[in-house]
Design a protein around this ligand. Structure first.
Ligand code: NDP
Length: 813
């Protein structure tokens, strides 16, 4: 087409970005080795893999096929470097990270072109979105390296971190992983995705260029079965950070169960894009383009489900189709191209097969009239209407340029439809009525909510999922905690300076002696010297009522001498199910005011304090500890209730100011229904130290008291009954800790499980949690000194009880 013809048709002419510098860079290197200890090394296998340009289907270069021997070498390098990097002052780490950011900017065009060649995404996106966000991530985290000592006192790096990233944002995902890890003093071994390793290898050159300490960053390319699995199972890796599919995330949860490795998972999504009838429809259409055709729809938080208010649905669909007709697909290096290539032929086949399934299931498919290029892996933008919410295309992550649309009538219906998937990564809400949008946002089960915008990201605002979209956050201050741990955990010297519960076995021939308060029985005037003791058998506490165990069995409770001091109900699966149902029914607790929750916690403290002596005697009876000791435990418990009453209206969110006209509201929300298995040490304080932060933050709970000494917890339900706590917020089920924990960890309607018990039990809980990807917090068999407020209370507990939702609110007309 010549200039005259372009002028007449007003059609786009070609606007190619030159590939030559990137191709020359590839040619100079020919094949790539592995990056270990700041050296390029040959893979142990001696094998290489082709790296393909998805827009042509032709090889670009070859990358090393690493295996477990290479992973061993990389982990050893990272471990060696950790000795120094972990102790390097924050300011020095900040200077290195600042240098990385500067060098990313210096090589920005090469990185952008390389990314487009390797991944198939349009240069417009790599140049204007991916690479600037990469640089911003390193700048932002350089700041946290500088501030770590003052802003995260009492925390230390976790050590060597294994990081596994996907192919959809290759360099950006690398930045999301490496920047916070280095800022907090960790060293890393990173596995890029098999299809897209090239920008990670250019990044390795930047690491050499800036002279970072050898071994701090190691990059091992290769296949998941060789490199990824070896990294996950490596005994000297302290944490795994993963972004990718939910299925692989689930397998990593199982593979790391019981190992003590920290784990953060950023997984799939099926994010709703909700349009109310008062929305500005032209903005909505552009929003849809950014939501589902950005990066060919290969975005974990893509707005892939369009939910439109019924009265405007036809009008909007017509506008969307008109816009789709104008989208331009083709060479990713053309600056005027909207949609590039799909990353691989395997991914293309996956999209084709899901689209065919959608048609088979009866949805109506629409695609623009123009044809896609036939070289390379292209798929046209696709819109499905007449989709019913339960069909495959409405539930499964397609990870391609495919939008499915459904309608709703009322805001309540919109929320129900939006939440009707197993995922919870992101959501967009479109309405000119800010009251409506801000009312809907907290009701959406999603880690990020964009109001009248979509797919915006910034290092200051954490990103991550609810439900099966994973756990942990990347970005923001909350993301830093994924890369640190409390320093006391590694302070071995002081773990046994407090009483650790032992197994109390029944004494030989011991008879039940259910009456512990013999001295209370006054002599009687009517001929009897003493009444027979009144049998006080604690029941369970479900939905605000005392409940008998479904099993009809009781279990003995022994003192340290092996004498029976009481009996509690033997809870079973049915009791747990009832308790979970009650906890769900009480979820309105989270929507109540924080002031109200504080008042109830103070009230509990007051009621407990009034019965200090009785509770102390119960502790003495169960543990054989000295009376003063037991009184100290009750007093510490009262203080702990005060602490969480105080925190309940103070552990609040933040307002971020990312580089846009607007704000991001980082709200700390309750996780939902939490199962809690209590420790044996400190039967009262251990119990309250876990239930108080959970309910202070708005969760509802099912708690299994100390198996050894459950009577402090069962006595406590009388305090609950007199403290105005709504029914179902706290449910207590006594019995065998591991049996009951297993039921809770398996339960799909439980959102998190905390377990403070033996290592074997921790492993079982982590394994079972993979079913619905519930969050877990386990003690790995280490007892805690609950009396020490530095270990037994505070922000660590509050963070476990909450998840951050970031709500983006742009301003301006
Ligand atoms: P995967 O989840 O399989 O891959 C992501 C990363 O994990 C890659 O580096 C991969 O290596 C690695 N990996 C895969 N299996 C294991 C394992 N068992 N142990 C350790 N590491 C492993 O995603 P795919 O690339 O296979 O894509 C499949 C689907 O996943 C897509 O269709 C999409 O639906 C979803 N997906 C979601 C993403 C998100 O951001 N939420 C990102 C990417 C995909 P390798 O590349 O060598 O296979």
């Amino acid at each position: 087409m010549n200039v005259m013809e372009i002028f007449e048709t007003m059609d786009y002419g070609p606007a190619p970005e030159a590939a030559a510098p990137a191709l020359a860079w590839l040619k100079e290197r020919q094949t790539f080795g592995l990056f270990i200890n700041n050296q390029w090394v040959k893979p142990a296998s001696g094998q290489y893999l082709d790296s393909i340009n998805p827009s042509t289907g032709k090889p670009l270069t070859q990358i090393a096929a690493g295996n477990s021997a290479d992973v061993d070498a990389a982990v050893a390098a990272a471990r060696g470097a950790f000795e120094l990097w972990g102790k390097t002052p924050g300011h020095i780490r900040a200077r290195y990270m600042y240098a990385i950011a500067r060098h990313i900017q210096k090589h920005s065009r090469l990185l952008a072109v390389l990314e487009s060649l390797d991944n198939g995404k349009p240069i417009r996106e790599t140049r204007d979105i991916d690479i600037p966000l990469v640089a911003r991530h390193f700048y932002y985290h350089a700041g946290w390296a500088q501030l770590m000592a003052s802003e995260l006192p009492g925390y230390e790096p976790v050590g060597v971190v294994g990081q596994i990233i996907p192919w959809n944002f290759p360099l950006l995902m690398l930045a999301w992983k490496i920047a916070p890890a280095l800022a907090m003093g960790n060293t890393v071994v990173l596995k890029p995705a098999r299809y897209t390793s090239l920008t990670a290898l250019k990044f390795a050159e930047i690491i050499q260029e800036i002279g970072l300490l050898p071994g701090v960053v190691n990059i091992v390319t290769g296949e998941a079965s060789q490199v990824g699995e070896a990294l996950v199972r490596h005994p000297d890796v302290n944490k795994i950070a993963f972004t990718g599919s939910t299925d692989v995330g689930r397998s990593l949860r199982r593979a790391t169960a019981g190992s003590g490795k920290k784990l953060s998972l950023e997984l799939g999504g099926k994010s709703p894009f909700i349009v109310f009838d008062d929305a500005d429809l032209d903005s909505v259409v552009e929003g849809i383009v950014d939501a589902i055709w950005f990066n060919q729809g290969q975005v974990c938080c893509a707005g892939s489900r369009l939910l439109v208010q019924e009265d405007i649905a036809d009008r909007l669909i017509e506008k969307v189709r008109a816009r789709m007709e104008k989208l331009r697909i083709g060479d990713p290096l053309d600056k005027a191209v909207d949609i590039g290539a799909i990353v691989s032929s395997a991914q293309l086949k996956q999209i084709q097969s899901l689209v065919a399934q959608g048609v088979e299931e009866g949805a109506v498919m629409w695609q623009p009239s123009w044809a896609c290029p036939t070289d390379g892996y292209f798929f046209p933008p696709t819109l499905f209407t007449n989709v019913s919410p339960a069909t495959t295309i409405a539930q499964v992550e397609i990870f391609g340029p495919v939008l499915v649309s459904m309608t709703f009538r009322t805001p309540a219906e919109a929320v129900a439809l939006a939440n009707n998937t197993r995922y919870g990564l992101a959501a967009s809400v479109w309405s000119e009525n800010i009251n409506l949008a801000l009312d809907v946002a907290p009701k959406l089960k999603a880690g990020t909510v964009w109001i009248n915008c979509t797919n915006l990201f910034d290092a200051s605002s954490g990103f991550g999922g609810y439900r099966e979209s994973g756990f942990g956050r990347e970005g923001g201050k909350e993301g830093l905690y994924e890369y640190v741990r409390p320093a006391w955990e590694t302070d071995k010297s002081s773990t046994t300076d407090f009483p650790i519960a032992k197994e109390y076995a029944p004494a030989n021939g011991s008879k039940p002696s259910l009456d512990e308060d013999v001295e209370d029985h006054a002599p009687l005037s009517d001929g009897y010297t003493e009444f027979p003791p009144i049998d006080r058998t604690p029941k369970m506490f479900i939905n605000g009522k005392q409940a008998r165990p479904d099993s009809g069995y009781s279990r003995n409770v022994y003192d340290p001498e092996g004498r029976v001091i009481g009996q509690v109900g033997e809870g079973n699966r049915k009791d747990i199910r009832n308790a979970v149902e009650a906890a769900h029914a009480a979820e309105g607790w989270a929507a109540g005011t924080t002031h109200n929750r504080a008042q109830i916690l103070y009230y509990m403290a007051e009621n407990l304090s009034a019965r200090e002596d009785e509770f102390a005697r119960r502790i003495v009876q169960q543990t054989g500890r000295a009376h003063e000791d037991a009184v100290a435990e009750v007093q510490a418990t009262v203080s702990r209730l005060f602490s969480y009453a105080a925190w309940s209206d103070k552990f609040e969110g933040d307002v971020h100011r990312p580089p846009l006209r607007g704000v991001v509201l980082a709200m700390k929300e309750a996780i939902g229904v939490i199962g809690i298995a209590c420790p044996d040490e400190y039967p009262l304080l251990g119990f309250i130290s876990l239930i108080a932060p959970a309910i202070a933050m708005g969760n509802t709970i099912i708690v299994i008291p100390s198996q050894q000494s459950p009577l402090s917890a069962t006595d406590f339900y009388q305090v609950l009954e007199t403290s105005d706590l709504p029914d179902g917020v706290v449910n207590i089920v006594t019995g065998d800790r591991d049996t009951l924990s297993q039921v809770l960890a398996d339960h799909d309607d439980v959102d998190a499980m905390w377990y403070f018990g033996p290592l074997e039990g921790c492993k079982r809980v982590e394994l079972a949690s993979a079913g619905n990807m519930k969050r877990t917090w386990v003690s790995y068999g280490h007892p805690r000194n609950w009396l020490d407020p530095a270990r037994g209370e505070g922000e660590e507990f509050l963070r476990e009880a909450t998840q951050v939702k970031n709500i983006w609110v742009p301003y301006g007309e």
